[in-house]
Write a protein that binds this ligand. Sequence first.
Ligand code: PLP
Length: 454
Amino acid sequence: MKERNITLPLKEMPRQWYNIQADLPTPLDPPLHPGTKQPIGPDDLKPIFPMGLIMQEVSQERFIDIPEEVMEIYSLWRPSPLYRAYNLERALGTPAKIYYKNEGVSPTGSHKPNTAVPQAYYNKQEGKKRLATETGAGQWGCSLAMACNYFDMECEVYMVKVSYGQKPYRRSMMEMFGAKVHASPTNLTKSGRDILAADPNSLGSLGIAISEAVEDAAGREDSNYSLGSVLNHVMLHQTIIGQEAKKQLALVGEYPDYVVGCCGGGSNFAGIALPFIQDNLREDKNVRCIGVEPAACPTFTKGKFTYDFGDVAGLTPLLKMYTLGHNFMPPGIHAGGLRYHGQSPILSRLYHDKLMEARAVGQEGAFEAALTFTKTEGIVPAPESSHAIKGAIDLALECKEAGEEKTILFNLSGHGHFDMTAYDDYLAGKIKDVDYPQEMIDQSIARLNELLGN
Ligand SMILES: *Cc1c(COP(=O)(O)O)cnc(C)c1O
């Protein structure tokens, strides 16, 4: 029998997160105040974030210690397994070696608890009793609900209305952990009421739910806001993934030529890729790191690198990032976690400086890759993760064409056990590719330019 599962002993688990801000050739542009459009400092973020996370957001230290309390909870599922996908390789007939890191083994089924746990921890440290957040498909809501549960905090979740209806079991899971879940837009916040006044039947969006959660947190002394992707401290926390993967590959004498992950707000891709980009920057390695996004929400490949809001109402600071414009309404593809108008400022900087690559894939191709993966490796992937699988399969086929025995590492960001409606639709032939028309992107960017006086 072949060794497929490369386990890392608990005592080998990395004890620090890696902060790429220490190694960026071009420093990040500062966030701007939503009203004055002037650069903001750490103090401006205090109404909704704890100082512990704000300091990480702007830190230039290369490594940051993981608190012992966080390590304790991480050890419920970490180190996560790394697998060699022998069956997939054979099915593709590729000379390439394919490895994948399985983040689907976490309690809530994705990589998101890697940041939910430290976020709850730092808020608790600073006396907060309650966190407000948004969730799309429910992965982030479940992860923060779990983390709040462990730190004895309340958790208020604004869940995009269309998912609230479509993913009832994600809501049940959040409630099992003790969270309160609302279908957003709600009439509990001004942002929600404004949207409902304009369109009583609004199905919501991530951008609207973020406005509601930020408003909720800003209005209460005992509460803070929590975001599951995009921000620098989230990218930082996720680097546990790539650091573990590097150690696991070293155990079998391997080092990747390609590192692949799907991209929504960028956190799982950053998690697996940043520790390798570190090697490119500091040790003269030449790993090609490739983020895979849906063609229906092509932030890197069709977006613009500019300042934009993180939400629809314009309550968040302006971040310099690749964006499709905050008014952009992504088509209703099944990979809900990839339907966001913006990208992580860190990844945006790297992409702009050509230190990472991006590809866009259609929904049908991603589902087809998911089925191939299920049949070969036995795991039902999250529809988001299927984009990474598609990316890895395409690379493996390019290797076959060129007769190259390259090593490919991809991140399986989560399992798809709560996404069976999507797979039912695919099997029934109801999934079609929806490309986001360039015209609508242009309109959305034009509105943004007008607003910012560009
Ligand atoms: C949320 C989510 C994503 C997308 O978010 P990123 O911040 O880009 O990682 C991808 N995969 C899964 C399973 C998710 O839950």
